[in-house]
Design a protein around this ligand. Structure first.
Ligand code: HAM
Length: 411
């Protein structure tokens, strides 16, 4: 038999139902924060990611030549497409707050929480250079997790690329992009590999100093007092105060730099509190991307959250919705009354109920068994009584059965 590709998932109805509850919750929290939903193509020119995202992500793309000889790819992330959409519309009233929940693809080694095809919720704010927008998206990320029952089960950590860049430059490290790339991998690679890669761009002594700095995390004031670079301390302290106004908190942690090339300011990541899984979500400020599409300078900040680690964590914490199918009504049919039964089903469907109906000619006994299997709340048996506008209504929970007027059902 032909197998499913590795890192891809088939999703059956029970699972989809649970996912739908989670996805709807996430989108409704985004809407409550004043974000509007958008969508964009699943396939883009590979160059879009070459210019914007950095080498690392291009290595992971599902890319190919199309019939017109163009080098195209399934999207590995959404940020460049959204930035292009912003640049194309000069008439948008700023700030712009957009969210979306597309599928995306990365040719990574499939492992716990990392797949080759996944969904990623994105929320971004455009047109605000003030730290207020950073606080708003970070708070949104945390409110989403809290609303899913994960309060206290995750840690939001953040850092600042400006502060980090200044620090690296003061150590005469000039290849900042490469330094960020290596620092981002630090927790995933052995310390010797970190040394080796870093030593290609700076001295051994500097690598030691850097390792000390990267260990600094915790209370923002304490961390800032340990550093000589105060130029961003006000902004960072302000962010902490803003987050507490939202009723949220984040840990300042210099080891957070993020893998993508375009970040220019605050960067953040959320991990599960036990540190068992890969990042649940990540984001930050990327003030230079929109203008690469020929628009005016447009500051931007946002995050992306995949569905995979979120699901692992929700399952571990017992807050993943129950995976089952159910139905409001099942319409059972006595032979000879199919058309009347269809009419009854349609009346209830128009009232907004989920209604299944017998599509074969099974015995009533078998129809009842089926109704049980699909977890129908009520069964309506359409037979002789329909001539006087009545049917048998059975409550599948209590077992109670009575004859009722069709127009009185479900109103
Ligand atoms: P990213 O850190 O590459 O950032 O991905 C963000 C999140 O997407 C990760 O934390 C994880 O939840 C999920 N994710 C990434 N790769 C995979 C995978 N192979 N399988 C399952 N989930 C995955 C970005 O993509 C940025 N564009 C986010 C952003 C939006 N920054 C600003 N706005």
């Amino acid at each position: 038999m032909l197998q499913r590709l590795r890192g891809f998932r088939d999703m059956y109805p029970e699972y989809m139902r649970a996912r739908r509850i989670v996805f709807d919750k996430i989108c409704s929290v985004a809407r409550s924060f004043g974000f509007h939903e958008i969508d964009s193509p699943s396939v883009e020119l590979l160059d879009l990611f070459r210019i914007k995202s950095g080498e690392e992500i291009v290595k992971q793309t599902f890319s190919f030549m199309d019939k017109g000889g163009r080098e195209i790819t399934l999207i590995p992330e959404l940020t460049p497409s959204v930035a292009r959409m912003i640049a194309a519309r000069k008439d948008l009233t700023k700030p712009v707050k957009w969210f979306s929940f597309p599928k995306m693809w990365r040719y990574e080694e499939p492992q716990s929480g990392r797949l080759r095809e996944f969904y990623q919720f994105n929320a971004d704010i455009f047109g605000v250079s003030e730290i207020y927008a950073d606080a708003e998206v970070m708070a949104l990320a945390m409110e989403i997790l809290d609303s899913l029952g994960l309060e206290g089960k995750y840690t939001m950590r953040f850092s600042d690329r400006i502060l980090m860049e200044n620090m690296l430059r003061s150590m005469h490290i000039d290849n900042i992009e490469e330094a960020f790339r290596i620092i981002d991998k630090k927790d995933k690679i052995p310390e010797e590999v970190f040394y080796e890669e870093m030593k290609k761009i700076t001295s051994e002594e500097n690598v030691d100093t850097l390792l000390d700095i990267l260990r600094i995390s915790g209370d923002i004031d304490a961390v800032l007092s340990k550093l000589e670079h105060f130029e961003r301390s006000e902004v960072i302290a302000n962010l902490k105060d803003l987050l507490s106004a939202y009723g949220k908190r984040a840990v300042f942690d210099l080891s957070i730099v993020r893998g993508l090339a375009y970040y220019t300011g605050i960067v953040f990541e959320v991990h599960d509190a036990r540190g068992e899984y890969r990042a649940i979500l990540g984001g930050g400020r990327y003030d230079g991307v929109v203008e690469l599409f020929g628009a005016q300078h447009t500051p931007a900040v946002g995050f992306g959250m995949g569905d995979a680690v979120l699901e692992l964590l929700m399952r571990r914490e017992g807050v993943w919705p129950e995976e089952k199918i159910d139905m409001d009504y099942f319409v059972a049919i006595i032979p000879g009354f199919r058309e009347e039964a269809i009419k009854v089903a349609m009346q209830l469907r128009k009232k907004g109920y989920r209604v299944d109906i017998e599509l074969r000619e099974r015995s009533i006994g078998k129809q009842m068994k089926y109704a049980n299997k699909i977890n129908a709340r009520y069964v309506i048996i359409v037979g002789e009584e329909i001539k006087s506008g009545e049917v048998v209504l059975k409550d599948m929970e209590s077992g109670e059965q009575k004859v009722v007027k069709v127009e009185n059902i479900g109103s």
